[in-house]
Write a protein that binds this ligand. Structure first.
Ligand SMILES: NC(=O)c1ccc[n+]([C@@H]2O[C@H](COP(=O)([O-])OP(=O)(O)OC[C@H]3O[C@@H](n4cnc5c(N)ncnc54)[C@H](OP(=O)(O)O)[C@@H]3O)[C@@H](O)[C@H]2O)c1
Length: 338
């Protein structure tokens, strides 16, 4: 550990959740988005939920969207649906399938396909949106890692490793990376959200792991730390190219994320929460708003498009090197799949 984490007020957890339950109205809407002609964007998990809405809104602004998904069929169906719903776009939608963050060996082949599809076009936006929340899976990845840590943390960092050489170029007016987190980061472990001794819970049987919401919280705390760590690790290039890397709590939204929460939750959620498009407003505020500049590396955005505050200890972790420590732990694990 870099240094013991400062305490955080329990009330801050409640107020953080409140931001999702009672969000501010979106202030940055599609009619304010810039024209994205000639700019490519990568959106993971673009076949459903928030990612689908993000891909659709970007495509509506003439963006060349690269939808990174695991199921070819779901990806193609989503692409067809967007093409039928959005008229007159000058952009494109390419689907890269087979990228399954529960099997890290699939990420490199997907990244090679992305490189081929992208060609010389400028990559301006990367949205690490794909995510898994238990109990959809409270299991273990193919490589033996706790499932949510693999999908929400290791997979995106590994994909980013392959995207860095494509992204770190001075070739577009917009250069943003969005690491999609959640207010659930507030439920992460006590020390900067992370179980430092063994964040992947490798070799720990499922029934001896902490509650799945704590594990989801850990993965989402990691996303907050990753946003800042990436900018620090790439500081020189970031300064030269004016990239901005932020994390984002998109909102409390009814999507496929709660597909296994049972009948009652799936009846109540649509009545009590907003649809996925509102999460897209937050993610695209993070990706496109001029509010965010180079000084906002590691900012944490909240629904439906403003800068918020992550948990106090996690914020401190971005100043004392805990973010870099997590990045290096993950880097060590994923380097087997470079
Ligand atoms: N909905 C909310 O209230 C909420 C709140 C806070 C944060 N978030 C975050 O927002 C992001 C999007 O969530 P959502 O609500 O849109 O959920 P969703 O409807 O369940 O969509 C999740 C996406 O992630 C993909 N995915 C899941 N497991 C994967 C894996 N192993 N490898 C690659 N892709 C995988 C899914 O693909 P398949 O369709 O193939 O499963 C799907 O495209 C997530 O990071 C989530 O944690 C959501």
């Amino acid at each position: 550990m870099t240094e013991p984490a400062p305490p955080f007020a329990k009330l801050s957890v409640l107020s953080g959740l409140w931001q999702g339950i009672w969000p501010k109205k979106p202030t940055f809407l599609p009619d304010q988005y810039p024209d994205l002609s000639g700019i490519s964007a990568i959106v993971t998990g673009a076949n459903t939920g928030i990612g689908y809405e993000v891909a659709k809104l970007l495509y509506g602004k003439n963006c060349d969207v690269i939808a990174v998904v695991r199921s070819e069929l779901k990806g193609k169906e989503a692409r067809e649906k967007i093409l039928s719903e959005v008229n007159g776009s000058g952009g494109s939608i390419e689907v890269i399938s087979g990228c399954d963050f529960l099997d890290l060996s699939t990420v490199k082949p997907a990244a090679e396909k992305i490189k081929a599809v992208l060609g010389d076009r400028p990559l301006g936006i990367i949205i690490h949106n794909a995510g898994l929340m238990a109990p959809n899976s409270n299991g273990t990845s193919k490589q033996g890692f706790e499932a949510m840590f693999s999908v929400n943390v290791l997979g995106p960092q590994l994909l980013q490793h392959f995207l860095d050489p494509l992204f770190l170029k001075k070739d577009a007016a917009i250069k943003r990376i969005v690491w999609v987190s959640s207010a659930a980061h507030l439920y992460g472990f006590k020390e900067y959200g992370i179980n430092w001794d063994n964040p992947t819970f490798r070799d720990v049987p499922v029934n001896r792991r902490p509650h799945h919401q704590t594990l989801y919280g850990q993965s989402k705390a990691a996303n907050v730390l990753q946003a800042n760590a990436w900018a620090v690790k790439n500081q020189k290039a970031v300064d030269e190219i004016s990239c901005v890397s932020v994390s984002c709590f998109p909102g409390v939204l009814y999507t496929q994320l709660v597909r296994d929460w049972g009948f009652l939750a799936n009846k109540l959620m649509p009545l009590l929460t907003y649809g996925g498009v509102y999460g897209a407003y937050t993610e695209l505020y993070s990706a496109l708003s001029p509010d965010l500049t180079r000084k906002d590396q590691g900012a944490y955005t909240i629904p439906f498009g403003q800068i918020g505050e992550p948990r106090a200890d996690i914020k401190a972790g971005m100043r004392n090197g805990s973010d870099l420590k997590l990045w290096d732990i993950a880097e060590d694990i994923i380097s087997d799949y470079f």
